[in-house]
Design a protein around this ligand. Structure first.
Ligand code: G6P
Length: 609
């Protein structure tokens, strides 16, 4: 959601914090701020708008603050209080001694505000976060970490928090409960951030805090402890992301760059995981032996947004290849309906970031009730990956664009590996396994050939730019492709787009089909080809224009637009059929002049409820 960066060390903090904010801007981008501690105490700079708007107010003060070597910074996605200069973080206590930046939601903020107001505190913002600065300042003097700990004992809610004290300019304190905090270990310097992306330029050694943990950072190291005060021992992880992967390079947008990265990303998902001897996949991180996997009677997949849709593709794959009943459900729906947890059900949590609050809460609900859960996650060491403790890392590389493209494709590929593995333990024949291994190996090259067709897809996108509504329909394994195509289009171009199972068209949406409403029909050449052709006839009978995403070969019906993708194994077709719809959404967004990498009201990683 929002992004946090903190620095304490021997170098000027300002450029490090600004660079970190730019890295995190994809997490939230309605306001930004920085606080630095120097000889004149704490100075804060904050501004609604983008990080570049914040930068525009810095030059006057630059000379004064450039030597400060401790600071905290924040980029915000508003929850409590509208985006404005005064609601932007950092927030200060009334004497300007304590500065805080906070991600998450303080649930008892109203009660704490009332209590602080009785003590004469006047609030400078409408945020729930500001109470933290006043509370910490009100704690008995001593070590900053003890004051933060004492204040947090009065707080209910979620937080990722960084705190600075004008009287202890060599110290930063960070704390975590439900919102990620990662420490970066440097040479005579320490970093903190809500996301590894802000750290990889400076260090590859990171430490993830757990919920209920605090850390005191100084230039020469860090100490971690629990909310109750006991020390904790952490083992640093080495991050393998190259810092360049987080740059746009020659591309205009991260979304376009990440679409292009898909052949390589899928190759990484597959690397070392295909077994040509037994025609299956090798998934070391599952930590479930074949006997345990044989006992699974059902699979339940949980995720949000594109991760949920990737899970829907995964459910089809598992049912088809392993003949285990499988179903995907939005993680938020699942956790709120007091779900029945079955001992012979395998629960799978899916997340690119590994930090989505609802998905993490669903994992905790399954675990609390004794269910077995594994993660299909992109970010190594993330909260969901750690909460699951086992699973499959997707290895898509860092995804910066708010709308998911390569992570979606790689997650679907990871599901294919899992389905193959489960299938080959059960009844999937070796020849079938061989067919799928070959099809998986062909995916990167096939994706590259789809990307080469961009000019034709861009031309079709022009015809969507002027319409107000669009439909996407698909059958069986084509339905998640329709769902993801519609989601991409509305997220990035704001064009109203809905997905329906093709068979449902005549049960409602057909009433809305007219000459000005295009429908994208997912039309693989599979057993349902003829059925999908009938759907197209139904749409044509209402003068609706149809664009098909299909396989090469003759079409018995004339359509307004046609995008061909290479044929894969039928089970893997959704992975390829999805790719041109990413390009379609991208080009509609370009034609409509949208801010592709920062769509309005959305955030890359939703770490609040
Ligand atoms: C947000 C993003 C989506 C993403 C979803 C789940 O809503 O805008 O693009 O699919 O979160 O994110 P996750 O990191 O859990 O995959």
């Amino acid at each position: 959601m929002c992004g946090i960066v903190g620095y304490v060390g021997h170098r000027p903090a300002l450029p490090i914090l600004l660079e970190g904010l730019h890295r995190l801007e994809y997490r939230g981008y309605d306001s930004a701020g920085i606080a630095l501690v120097g000889s004149r105490g704490i100075e804060t700079f904050k501004r609604s708008g983008r990080v570049r708007d914040l930068e525009s107010i810095l030059p006057a003060a630059r000379a004064r603050i450039r030597r400060a070597t401790t600071g905290i910074a924040h980029t915000r996605w508003a929850t409590h209080g509208a985006p404005s200069d005064r609601n932007a973080h950092p927030h200060l206590d009334r004497h300007g001694r304590i500065a805080i930046v906070h991600n998450g939601i303080i649930e008892n903020a109203a009660a704490l505000r009332a209590r602080l107001a009785l003590d004469g505190v006047e609030f400078a913002s409408e945020t729930d976060s500001e109470v933290l600065a006043h509370l910490i300042a009100a704690m008995p003097a001593g070590r900053l970490v003890d004051a933060v700990r004492a204040a947090l004992q009065l707080v209910t809610g979620a937080y990722g928090l960084a705190v600075m004290d004008a009287e202890r300019p060599d110290t930063l304190v960070v704390a975590r409960n439900g919102s990620p905090v990662v420490l970066g270990i440097g040479e005579r310097e320490m970093f903190a951030a809500s996301d590894t992306a802000a750290l990889v330029r400076h260090t590859s050694q990171v430490v993830h805090l757990d919920d209920g943990e605090l850390a005191e950072l100084r230039a020469d190291g860090y100490e971690t402890s629990t909310l109750e005060g006991g020390p904790t021992v952490k083992t640093p992880l080495t991050v393998t992301w190259a810092a360049e992967a987080l740059d746009k390079g020659s591309y205009g947008h991260f979304m376009r760059k990440e679409i292009d990265e898909q052949p390589d990303a899928v190759r990484r998902t597959l690397t070392g995981r295909l077994d040509h001897r037994f025609h299956t996949s090798r998934l070391g991180g599952l930590e479930l032996d074949p006997r345990a996997l044989l006992e699974i009677r059902r699979v339940k997949i949980l995720g949000c947004g594109s991760a949920w849709i990737a899970g829907t593709i995964g459910a089809h794959l598992i049912e088809q290849l392993a003949r285990i009943p499988a179903h995907a459900e939005p993680a938020s729906e699942f956790r709120y309906r007091n779900p029945v947890i079955e001992p012979d059900c395998l629960y799978i949590a899916v997340s690119q970031s590994g930090e989505t609050f609802d998905t993490l809460a669903a994992v905790q609900e399954v675990t609390r009730k004794g269910g077995q859960v594994l993660g299909i996650v992109n970010v190594v060491g993330s909260s969901i990956a750690r909460a699951c403790g086992r699973g499959i890392y997707v290895h898509a590389g860092p995804e910066v664009s708010v709308v998911s493209t390569k992570a979606m494709t790689c997650t679907a590929t990871a599901f294919a590996l899992l389905a193959l593995h489960l299938g080959r333990i059960r009844d999937l024949a070796p020849t079938e396994g061989q067919r799928l291994v070959a099809a998986l190996e062909a995916l990167p090259g096939q994706i590259a050939s789809i990307l080469a067709d961009e000019p034709a897809i861009a031309a079709i996108a022009q015809t969507f730019a002027g319409v107000s509504n669009a439909y996407f329909v698909g059958r069986a394994r084509g339905y998640p492709v329709a769902l993801e195509g519609a989601l991409k289009l509305k997220e990035v171009s704001y064009l109203h787009a809905e997905a329906y199972p093709a068979s449902e068209l005549k049960h409602g949406p057909l009433a809305l089909i007219e000459a000005a409403t295009p429908t994208v029909v997912v039309l693989p050449r599979d057993a349902l080809f003829a059925k999908n052709l009938s759907t197209i006839e139904e749409i044509h009978a209402r003068q609706g224009p149809v664009v098909v995403v299909t396989h090469p070969g003759p079409l018995p019906i004339a359509v307004a637009g046609r995008i061909d993708v290479p044929q894969s194994a039928p089970e893997l077709d959704p992975i390829l059929l999805n790719v041109p719809l990413q390009l379609l959404a991208y080009h509609v967004a370009l034609a409509k002049g949208r801010d592709v990498d920062r769509p309005r009201n959305l955030a890359k990683s939703v770490t609040v409820e």
